[in-house]
Design a protein around this ligand. Structure first.
Ligand code: PLP
Length: 390
């Protein structure tokens, strides 16, 4: 035991030395894009609650209603005791929302990616898997769990993707894994071209829509909805713009049936509890009607980028509600985050291993519940505290 503790301390010291140490700070969510920490209210640009739905009365109400009606927990895996009709009904609604034949619920987006990828690859031994360099940790985890070596292509570089696809022509199955909106950069994949490439090379497309679901595409259905039928496997979470928890995979009936039969985290994990399901159901009522909020959110992104550009900041390739402000080193990202915090603004310092070394940054996550004045205050504070290389 003492031996383990000293090894853990050594590992932590190493992380501290790199300014990559992380710890949990107590905080509570407050309305209007605010967060309270140690009794102090902050303007918050660190959460992914893009439409403010985590605090919406309809979600709160339906979560408590469904808990009242159906209990606090689901009791078992859906295969063991039989599935509740509510799970099936919510899945049918998700499929309709995404415009797919079927959908399947999972406990979380992380769990889904980490388990669905290896399950799919089990059906296709010797498959070659092509991953964008900037995909989420859970997708890397899924590839590692499958024991496959990722063939990485340069971020959003579809010419490079075509090259690597060409050089692995002999593989019995080729799968491309990418995201519609990248979680740390806020830029988008070109799904028109990507789906044309997949068709031409007879490759499978696996798309993570964690940051697009609810925010982009027709009625907030994500960017996959802009290329109907072109993507084989689409996943997203209910933990971000949907304001709750849980995740979905959407695609063909055969895909979902196969996962029910083969995916360990579906088979051996307890079904989502009624309260969580109720919140998803309520969000499915609201999200398609929230075009005004989506337009506001997009407007905030444009306003922020225009102002930052005018002040000489490098805004990268973002076109969404996620905006990085690059600092280079971890130390500078941490120092920037602390200075903003002192000025009453929360923005996460993103450091390795979340992003490549040297690409540390502040990650600004905007919300439809922020006001124009909030965005202007953010810009003024960034300019005052970070003084970009002029
Ligand atoms: C947040 C995130 C996930 C994980 O989703 P959770 O439901 O929070 O576990 C997966 N993929 C990407 C790109 C994400 O940003």
């Amino acid at each position: 035991m003492a031996n383990l503790a000293s090894r853990l301390e050594q590992a932590l010291d190493r992380v501290r030395g790199l300014s990559e140490y992380r710890s949990l700070a107590a905080a509570t969510i407050a309305p209007g894009g605010r967060l309270v920490r140690d009794g102090k209210s902050y303007l918050d640009f660190s959460s992914n609650d893009y439409l403010g739905l985590s605090q919406h009365p309809l979600l709160r109400q339906r979560a408590s209603e469904w808990a009242e009606l159906h209990g606090a927990g689901a009791g078992a895996s859906r295969l063991v005791t039989g599935t509740s009709p509510f799970h099936l009904a919510v899945e049918a609604r998700i499929a309709a929302f995404k415009g797919t034949e079927a959908a399947l619920l999972f406990a979380s987006g992380w769990q889904l990616n980490a388990s669905v990828l290896p399950t799919l690859l089990k059906a296709a031994p010797a498959a070659a898997i092509f991953t964008d360099r900037l995909i989420h940790a859970s997708l890397h985890h899924g590839c590692a769990a499958a024991g496959v070596r990722e063939i990485r292509f340069r971020h959003n570089d579809l010419d490079h993707l075509e090259e690597v696809l060409d050089s692995h022509r002999a593989a019995p199955l080729r799968m491309i894994v990418t995201e519609s909106v990248f979680s740390m950069d806020g830029d988008r994949a070109d799904l028109d071209r990507l789906s044309a490439i997949a068709r031409r090379h007879d490759a499978i497309l696996y798309l993570d829509e964690a940051h697009a679901t609810g925010v982009l595409g027709p009625r907030g259905a994500g960017l996959s909805a802009t290329v109907p039928g072109a993507i084989d496997v689409v996943m997203g979470t209910f933990s971000k713009a949907f304001g709750g928890f849980g995740a979905y995979v959407a695609g063909s009936r055969a895909l979902c049936d196969y996962l029910v039969n083969s995916c360990s985290s579906f088979i051996f994990s307890t079904a989502l509890p009624p309260a969580v399901l109720g919140a998803i159901d309520a969000a499915l009522d609201l999200v398609p009607t929230m075009d005004a909020e989506r337009a506001r959110l997009a407007g905030h992104g444009d306003r922020l980028r225009a102002a930052l550009r005018a002040e000489g900041f490098d805004v990268g390739a973002s076109t969404t509600q996620i905006q990085p402000v690059f600092t280079g080193t971890s130390e500078r990202a941490l120092a920037a985050s602390r200075r903003l915090e002192e000025a009453g603004i929360l923005a996460s310092a993103i450091r390795p291993p979340t992003v490549p070394r040297g690409a540390s940054r502040l990650r600004l996550a905007l919300r439809s519940t922020h006001s124009d004045e909030d965005i202007d205050r953010l810009v003024a504070t960034l300019v005052r505290e970070l003084a970009p290389a002029a």
